[in-house]
Design a protein around this ligand. Sequence first.
Ligand SMILES: Nc1ncnc2c1ncn2[C@@H]1O[C@H](COP(=O)(O)OP(=O)(O)OP(=O)(O)O)[C@@H](O)[C@H]1O
Length: 218
Amino acid sequence: MTSADGGGAFLGIRARVDARGVDVDLRVAHGETVAVVGPNGAGKSTLLAVAAGLLRPDAGTVELDGVELAGPRRWVPPHRRGIVLMAQQTLLFPHLSVRDNVAFAPRASGLSRAAARDAAERWLVETGVRALAERRASDLSGGQAQRVALARALAAEPAVLLLDEPMAALDVDAAPELRALLARALGGRTAVLVSHDPDDVAALADRSVRMAAGRVAG
Ligand SMILES: Nc1ncnc2c1ncn2[C@@H]1O[C@H](COP(=O)(O)OP(=O)(O)OP(=O)(O)O)[C@@H](O)[C@H]1O
């Protein structure tokens, strides 16, 4: 494993996943949004899965704000990491209302029902989906579902937001609106964005790195 620089990063991922031919080293500063670009199969989603705790690397560490989340003798489960992954497929709870989807993380974090509802309300307004609050998640369009997914992700108050092609499933009409919303949401936030779209990278990221054949190439 090679190291691009020293410590000091807010989020540091140094991981080898042998079955996927991935050996990465990525450091993200506090408040920085880094775009990860590169061809299909380069290992971008694998990098996010390691950071989120969905995949255990064969070697390496994941660190957040000086705390080890994953390492040879340490494993913090996904829901305790303060890292939220927003994937291309929104994975909302289809049978729950939009409001209950967004209130889920605040409630799971121990807030009372009323406080979780207040938190959900704030993020529903913030992401422009307040009018959809009573709808079932299964009844949303793709663009609406992505907005709700963003509201749900932000309601978890994550220290780091991971976005895997957040706009790939949207039609071209819905993309600019969600991009503008994401630009607001990512301002000053620590985030890693995987995208094939140069417009997304330009609008959303402070810097970008390229992955190829499982390595961060620069
Ligand atoms: N669930 C999986 N099980 C086994 N191998 C996988 C799995 N997902 C991906 N891989 C393999 O791991 C490698 C990295 O894939 P990954 O999905 O991380 O790349 P990616 O850069 O995100 O690609 P894309 O842009 O197509 O989403 C590839 O060789 C891929 O075939």
